[in-house]
Design a binder for this molecule. Structure first.
Ligand SMILES: Cc1cc2nc3c(=O)[nH]c(=O)nc-3n(C[C@H](O)[C@H](O)[C@H](O)COP(=O)(O)OP(=O)(O)OC[C@H]3O[C@@H](n4cnc5c(N)ncnc54)[C@H](O)[C@@H]3O)c2cc1C
Length: 290
């Protein structure tokens, strides 16, 4: 239960961190909150030759409004984002989803960028980043490049980040005041990684017709998956309790879950249909913020 030997660096800024990552290439690895990386290193499932610890890079920890975006520095602790007034006001779905992540002690150490860069297929933050249409700012020695959440997540534990690069900032669009939203999940034990979950956001007009909808599944595949069939079934319709359960069955067409130690693919398929129904019921019964 001890990691393999490694070189340790503690840069004081994003620029220093990127220079070190460029120098060490494939051998370098970012250390953020350490809540996923340290267990992997202790089990020797990860053996980075050089750890670039960004905890002292003070320019990587912030939450600020930037036009129509809430910009979150990669080193921002999950707990800080969960309780931040700007996040509550402008991205309440994000605050709701973070509250499901592990225990308070994990969220006190774990970072927003660390969870997104780690890209676990059962993590809440990648799912909510997809649902909100977040953008990721990836830094390298040549400068920054920005990509959408949809482009960023490639597979379970794989993203577009190349050796020598790091995630610098995550940008969440400000949610419209009249959006309704819900994040729901199911797991074996509270605070463990979820088995399945749904992030939902939608807008109804005055006649209660659905004018915009985004539904993203956690645990529906190797990365967060949009439930495009359910979205299409609801868009332009006035969903009511009688037809909602039937419409949610369309989720089966969108997902491709896998078996693992926590749950079978078949169980995930069933639970995701029922979580879709629960998330939509919650969102539809919510008073729109005006
Ligand atoms: C008991 C327990 C329960 C947990 N429960 C949950 C849960 O319910 N839901 C959930 O989502 N997570 C859960 N986690 C994981 C936790 O949320 C981690 O904090 C998160 O996965 C990783 O964030 P971190 O800041 O700790 O990153 P680290 O562990 O430091 O890094 C994780 C990986 O991301 C890379 N990385 C980190 N930051 C960057 C960056 N800026 N640029 C490029 N690469 C980077 C690292 O190199 C490493 O490969 C749990 C962890 C524990 C120990």
């Amino acid at each position: 239960m001890k990691p393999a030997p490694f070189l340790y660096f503690a840069p004081r800024s994003a620029q220093e961190a990127v220079a070190l990552l460029a120098e060490h290439g494939e051998d370098g690895r970012v250390l953020a909150g350490g809540q996923s990386l340290m267990p992997l290193m202790n089990l020797r499932m990860a053996r980075p030759a050089a750890l670039i610890d960004i905890n002292r890079a003070s320019d990587l920890s912030y939450i600020r409004r930037d036009g129509d975006w809430i910009a979150v520095g990669t080193m921002t602790r999950q707990a800080d984002a969960e309780h931040d007034p700007l996040v509550h006001e402008h991205c309440p779905l994000l605050a709701q989803a973070i509250s499901f992540m592990g225990h308070t002690t994990i969220r006190n150490r774990g970072t927003v960028g660390g969870s997104i860069a780690h890209a676990d297929s059962c993590a809440e933050l990648p799912t909510v980043a997809m649902a909100l249409g977040a953008e990721m700012v990836v830094a390298g020695v040549a400068g920054d490049r920005t990509c959408t959440a949809d482009e960023f997540f490639i597979d379970s534990l794989y993203t577009v980040i190349e050796p020598g690069e790091m995630l610098r900032e995550v940008r969440f669009p400000v949610m419209a005041r009249d959006e309704r939203f819900s994040f729901v999940e199911s797991g074996v034990r509270r605070a463990d990684l979820a088995v399945a979950g749904i992030a939902a956001r939608l807008t109804l007009d005055d006649a209660h017709v659905c004018r915009a909808i985004t539904l993203v599944a956690l645990g529906g595949g190797a990365r967060p998956i949009r439930l495009l069939s359910v979205e299409a079934a609801l868009l332009g319709n006035r969903p009511d309790a009688a037809t909602l359960a039937e419409l949610c069955e369309a989720a089966r067409d969108d997902i491709d879950p896998t078996d693992d130690l926590q749950a079978s693919a078949e169980y995930r398929r069933e639970i995701l249909v029922s979580l879709t129904h629960r998330a939509l019921t919650n969102a539809l019964s919510q008073e729109a913020r005006r």
